[in-house]
Design a binder for this molecule. Structure first.
Ligand SMILES: CC(C)(COP(=O)(O)OP(=O)(O)OC[C@H]1O[C@@H](n2cnc3c(N)ncnc32)[C@H](O)[C@@H]1OP(=O)(O)O)[C@@H](O)C(=O)NCCC(=O)NCCS
Length: 379
């Protein structure tokens, strides 16, 4: 038996598996584009609804197209009673487990579940993007023993998220922060969760399967879970004066500073710059500027790492922002997931359009031709 000597690409680092027009990360200089538009322009000028349209359809909408699309999105925000029952049955689970389970279960109620055409996948992506905030907030309230709040058709997705979470029409400035946060999370190249979604789609499984996979992959602390870990770190640091020692102790103990480092960026993640400004403004407005100061101190102490290309990423400032908005910490990753459904959808449509089964190989390094021993004779 012979095996060819394999050339390994562990972690698929620097491996290109296909072409895309969805997004581009210029990691050397810290730039990000959705469909060719710089994230800085989108984050400062567009609503999440506009960006969903851009990412999933490929063009910025006209006013009329955006109005129609917004009406369509809002019409899909209600979730079936059976999904509420599933939430009740799983209410003790982590919010990401509940979201993943409910997105999967939504397949049972989608009339186009098996239709993998681009048009149907787009409609399903629109429906799942609209339903996700309702699922997350319904769970958040049920586990607190509160009645779920129905979506308000007069509010956008971001404002609805806060409204359904807290039961009050949110301060427009808070809603604008969540709106921008969703924009910043909408799409991001072949990150692990988008790769997972594409692997699902490459077998010709449907969008519900692919998004369920995406949510599963996103949950880990190396990916979407980092925002929660950054907030845990900030709470442990407690005061700006403790930050330097905390960082040095963590690094000398072989640990990592969460919210730092990225597989593609060798410069500061441009999304983190927007969130940094937002956190500063929010901290001052809420009379709690210390979280911003603590994180700035961490950035300062991490300067030697920046020279090695380990800089702050999107998760670094977002956790403190959610915290100041009184959002429970275990909901942080779900906010990332809600924002990313358009990106997963766009990439699944691309995968379907030029499909090839994603099936890499593993180099076998175990033994061969071992002598088989019947069960009764094994010691
Ligand atoms: C995101 C991440 C998984 C990317 O990892 P990667 O591309 O596989 O890079 P590696 O894990 O191989 O790390 C490369 C080097 O940078 C160091 N490094 C990477 N991230 C680091 C961090 N957050 N803190 C300290 N050192 C870090 C590693 O220790 C390693 O050093 P070495 O070469 O001396 O062993 C990694 O940076 C990380 O764990 N970050 C913290 C979690 C996080 O913020 N995730 C959200 C990403 S958006």
């Amino acid at each position: 038996m012979t095996q060819e000597k394999a050339e390994l690409h562990r972690g698929l680092r620097e491996v290109y598996i296909d072409r895309t027009t969805s997004s581009f990360i210029d990691g050397k200089i810290g730039k990000l584009y959705y469909r060719g538009y710089n994230i800085d322009d989108l984050a400062t000028n567009c609503s999440f609804e506009e960006v969903i349209y851009l990412v999933m359809i490929g063009e910025l909408p006209t006013e009329k197209q955006l109005d129609d699309f917004t009406v369509e999105l809002r019409s899909y925000m209600d979730i079936p009673e059976q999904i509420v029952d599933i939430i009740k049955a799983t209410k003790e689970a982590h919010p990401m487990d509940v979201l993943r389970t409910c997105i999967s279960a939504m397949a049972a109620f989608d009339p186009e579940v098996d239709d993998n055409s681009a048009e149907a996948t787009l409609r399903k992506g629109t429906r799942l993007t609209a339903a996700a905030p309702t699922i997350v907030t319904t769970h958040a309230r049920i586990r607190q023993g509160k009645e779920p709040v129905k979506p308000d058709p007069n509010l956008n997705l971001a404002a609805n998220f806060l409204y359904m979470l807290f039961g009050e029409i949110p301060d427009p400035r808070d809603a604008a922060l969540i709106d921008k946060d969703f924009v910043l999370h909408a799409e991001h190249g072949l990150n692990a969760s988008s790769f997972g979604a594409r692997v699902s789609a490459s077998t010709q499984a449907d969008l519900h399967c692919a998004i369920t996979t995406g949510i599963s992959v996103l949950k880990g602390p190396s990916h979407g879970g980092a925002a929660e870990s950054v907030m845990t770190m900030s709470l442990e640091i407690g005061e700006e004066d403790n930050a330097e020692k905390y960082v040095r102790d963590t690094l000398s103990g072989g640990g990592r500073i969460m919210g730092f480092g990225h597989r593609v960026y060798r410069a500061v993640d441009p999304r983190s710059l927007h969130l940094q400004d937002d956190l500063k403004e929010l901290g001052e407005r809420k009379g709690e500027p210390k979280w911003y100061s603590i994180l700035q101190k961490v950035v300062e102490v991490m300067q030697p790492y920046a020279r090695r290309g380990i800089c702050q990423n999107v998760d670094f400032f977002s956790g403190a922002m959610y915290f100041l908005l009184d959002i429970p910490e275990d909901l942080f990753i779900s906010i990332f997931a809600m924002g990313r459904i358009p990106g997963w959808t766009a990439q699944v449509i691309e995968q379907f359009e030029n499909n090839i089964l994603l099936r890499p190989r593993l180099e076998y390094v175990g033994e061969l031709d071992r002598k088989f021993v019947p069960i009764g004779q094994r010691s």
